[in-house]
Structure formats: C-alpha cells, structure tokens
Design a protein around this ligand. Structure first.
Ligand SMILES: [Zn+2]
Length: 52
C-alpha cells in the first residue's frame, strides 16, 4: 500500500477517513474530494472537502 490515506473498499469505492463520504465515480471524487497536482499528475485528495 503506497497511497497513504487513499482508502477504497472491495468494490473500489473511495471512502474518506470520516466514514461519511463515498465516491463511486470520477465525478464524485472531483465533487467530494477534489484533486491536487503532484509532479504533473492528478492525485486524488485523501480526505473529503469537509474534513480538510
Ligand atoms: Zn471526510
């Protein structure tokens, strides 16, 4: 496991540490978590926007 805090369940659903936010699609990740840029790559934020 190299993606610290980037949690997904067995169905590939992204889950925030708060356990309240779930993202099933790229669009939901964009809306609920957002992205950051790292070395020219888009990285999913680990925490939802409410937790940050
Ligand atoms: Zn959260």
């Amino acid at each position: 496991m190299t993606l610290l805090g980037n949690m997904r369940n067995d169905d590939g659903v992204k889950i925030c540490i708060c356990g309240k936010k779930f993202a099933h699609t790229k669009a939901e990740i964009e809306e609920l978590f957002g992205y950051r840029m790292s070395k020219g790559k888009r990285i999913e934020q680990s925490w939802c926007k409410e937790c940050r």
